[in-house]
Design a protein. Structure first.
Length: 244
């Protein structure tokens, strides 16, 4: 079994045989089809701070509610400085009244992250993943979202859809953690396509490759998908995660 270009990834965790070369070709074709199926005119929010606040609100929330609350928050508070000066309890109340889950935690994160950006980074959201991850409420997925949709960098945020679909498609071994999924995707997908992966897989995950009962019969990736051929199962994916 070969190692990936980076040397740290292995083919051993996959439940079917395929070389890196074959996997790379298949991954490229998959991304091409996803880009044709879910075209985007505009990918960027283009404002790292607003992207960051959006990401905090969005955790475990439906898109429509997130978008509405996010828009209202900026209509009411305007900018980073005003948000940083807002009492945490007021921000919590703002979120609670609008049906945001985890409103206590998110209210605190939004105010504290804004303060920290002002005090530690001179009011500019850092464009570095490890600095971003020092901000309250910002894990690896949100940091990548800020890099991709705020700064326009090539990054692959791995959320629940990207995690599940990558594993069904055999682009990552079924039992690895999301951080490892990100590494496999970076290994297999050309860098200039990274930014499309999250968007396209999220759309695909909501419409066709749903968590339960994926609609493989009407999926444009069927011919390229080991799950559709019975080589990967949801049972494989649901097992304990580990880092091979
Ligand atoms: S064929 Fe099925 S499992 Fe594979 S990507 Fe399509 S919907 Fe998902």
């Amino acid at each position: 079994m070969g190692k990936g270009r980076s040397g740290s990834l292995s083919l051993e965790g996959f439940p079917f045989e395929e070389s890196w070369e074959e996997k790379r070709k298949r991954a490229e074709r998959i991304v091409e089809i996803l880009m044709e199926t879910y075209p985007r005119e505009r990918l960027l929010i283009g404002d790292p701070y607003r992207t960051l606040v959006h990401c905090i609100i969005s955790q475990r929330m439906r898109d429509e509610v997130t978008y509405r609350v996010w828009r209202e928050l900026f209509e009411r508070y305007g900018d980073m400085r005003r948000i940083a000066e807002t009492p945490v309890d007021e921000m919590r109340e703002f979120l609670r009244k609008r049906g945001v889950g985890l409103w206590k935690t998110k209210g605190e994160w939004i105010v504290k992250a804004s303060k920290m950006i002002l005090e530690r980074y001179g009011g500019k959201v850092p464009d570095d993943i490890s600095e971003l991850m020092k901000l309250p409420g910002i894990g690896r997925k949100c940091a990548n979202i800020v890099l991709a949709y705020g700064f326009g960098r090539q990054a692959i945020p791995v959320d629940t859809h990207v995690n599940r679909i990558s594993k069904r498609l055999g682009l990552a071994p079924p039992r690895v953690q999301p951080e490892r999924v990100e590494e496999y995707l970076m290994e297999l997908i050309p860098r200039d396509k990274w930014i499309y992966v999250n968007h396209a897989m999220v759309d695909h995950g909501k419409t066709i490759c749903r968590p339960i009962s994926p609609r493989c019969d009407s999926c444009p990736l069927r011919e390229l998908c080991p799950y559709a051929k019975g080589l990967v199962t949801d049972g494989d994916i649901k097992g304990n995660s580990k880092n091979p």
